[in-house]
Design a protein around this ligand. Structure first.
Ligand SMILES: Cc1cc2nc3c(=O)[nH]c(=O)nc-3n(C[C@H](O)[C@H](O)[C@H](O)COP(=O)(O)O)c2cc1C
Ligand code: SF4
Length: 431
């Protein structure tokens, strides 16, 4: 069921070095791309239907097509911040195949006519940074980066920049602010980065996996790339599977693969005696699926949207009947409250309320009204803020509470009963 297109050589340690990468057709796609017209590459990426792998799923070629022809220097930024809880695929891509990413970036830079790119890497990824830095040096030494690349007349320079541990710097405008040396706070869109991004120049921000996949599109062509996946969600994608499965890890599968096959075949199912309870299919910001939904959904952009969730960053978090949904939500809300940058009132205050309410439901000082209040606060946080972090905190709350209401009610009321019992020796329930 796994189809290893991007990850075909990831099991070979030598693939990390330029020499090893070249043994397996490394940089052949760059050579090919440099003989094509830049617009033809953008058109190929559009026709292949490659959608952004960082979370929003926006078509990459369409985004590139938004760049204005105003003569300004264009920048390419690789988003390697990988902060979405549950996601660990970009790290694997950088660690196992740094040159695949660099090759994809040079081809993409050539397509959009950009002389300079940055890889914005998550601060905690020390080892990945070391590996990518070494690969960039190797590429410079082989004239795969720098001036007049392989005598083509195209010049491109690449740098790496470390984040400092803030989730919000994964949001593209927050990332750009951080790269500019400012506070990593998102900005209102429009203008979108393609029009006004890094240093107010037209800028394309793409995820690690999106940029690496460009190499595959050049190699296999549009039809070859579309051989896997569905009509509207073509290609393969890396999924990071974590939680209560026997074999967690990164798996590359064609988009459209049934989630139940991923969990019960690829990942070896659940531990003995455990029952599937829920699945977060696309990173912690994606609405949770209950068992019935999880068993019938296919892992593509459309089917997940039909089921009220999203593919997001491709992080599948499997939850079995030994887990408390109340506890899980409390952990998530603590995270979003901690990571809110504080610019927008609904997000700054709302995430604080969600964190406090979920905490009190879990710890024993809540009422039934607090469960209702949790939903009410989340409903006021959607679509009202500068960036999508506020929605990302609200979505899990609404799906957790609506799909597991009994669990939240019984946690809230059981805890209240205990609280009263301890004070006066009697047990009441408050609604
Ligand atoms: C709060 C927040 C955090 C994000 N974190 C990441 C991240 O760590 N990595 C990433 O690629 N995209 C992240 N994104 C999405 C980016 O803003 C942007 O859409 C993406 O980098 C575009 O690349 P793509 O089109 O190739 O997916 C985040 C978005 C939000 C709202
Ligand atoms: S939604 Fe939250 S994280 Fe995003 S800009 Fe507003 S306060 Fe900051």
């Amino acid at each position: 069921m796994e189809v290893k297109i991007l990850t075909q050589h990831y099991d070979k340690p030598e693939y990390q070095s330029l020499e090893g990468y070249k043994k397996y057709e490394g940089y052949q796609q760059l050579k090919k791309a440099l003989t094509l017209k830049p617009e033809a590459i953008t058109e190929m990426v559009k026709q292949a239907g490659l959608r952004g792998r960082g979370g929003a799923g926006f078509p990459a070629g369409v985004k590139w097509g938004f760049l204005p022809n105003n003569g300004k220097k264009r920048y390419l930024i690789c988003n390697a911040d990988e902060g979405e809880p549950g996601t660990f695929k970009d790290r694997a891509m950088m660690d196992r195949a740094p040159h695949q990413l660099i090759e994809g970036m040079i081809i993409s830079a050539f397509a959009i006519n950009s002389p300079k790119s940055y890889i914005y890497i998550r601060g905690e990824y020390f080892e990945s940074k070391r590996i990518v830095e070494k690969a960039i040096k190797e590429a410079y030494a082989a004239n795969l980066l720098g001036d007049n690349i392989l005598g083509s007349g195209f010049s491109h320079h690449m740098d790496i920049y470390s984040g400092a541990g803030a989730y919000i710097c994964g949001e593209e405008t927050g990332l750009i602010s951080s790269l500019e040396g400012k506070k990593g706070q998102p900005k209102l869109k429009p203008p979108f980065p393609a029009i006004e991004g890094y240093l107010a120049h037209p800028t394309i921000v793409n995820n690690v996996e999106t940029l690496a996949a460009v190499t595959i599109i050049i190699r296999d062509g549009v039809e070859g790339y579309r051989k896997y996946g569905t009509e509207k969600s073509p290609g393969t994608k890396l999924f990071s599977v974590s939680g209560n499965v026997v074999k967690p890890g990164n798996y590359e599968i064609p988009l459209g693969t049934p989630l139940k096959d991923v969990i019960f075949n690829l990942c070896g199912g659940l531990k003995q005696g455990r029952k599937l309870k829920a699945v977060i299919p696309g990173g912690s910001s994606a609405p949770v699926l209950n068992e019935e939904e999880a068993m019938s959904v296919n892992m593509d952009y459309e089917d997940l949207a039909d089921k009220g969730s999203m593919l997001g960053s491709g992080a599948i978090i499997v939850i079995d009947d030994s887990n408390s949904m109340v506890e899980l939500l409390q952990v998530l809300m603590h995270f979003y409250h901690h990571e809110s940058c504080g610019q927008c009132t609904p997000c700054r205050e709302g995430t604080g309320w969600l964190s406090k309410l979920s905490n009190s439901i879990l710890e024993g000082s809540a009422s039934l009204n607090d469960v209702k209040l949790l939903e009410k606060v989340a409903n006021h946080m959607k679509g009202k803020t500068i960036c999508a972090l506020s929605d990302a905190a609200a979505f899990p709350v609404l799906s957790f509470v609506s799909k597991f209401k009994e669990e939240f009610i019984s946690a809230a009321t059981a805890n209240v009963a205990l609280q009263f019992q301890s004070k006066n020796g009697q047990s009441y329930k408050r609604g």
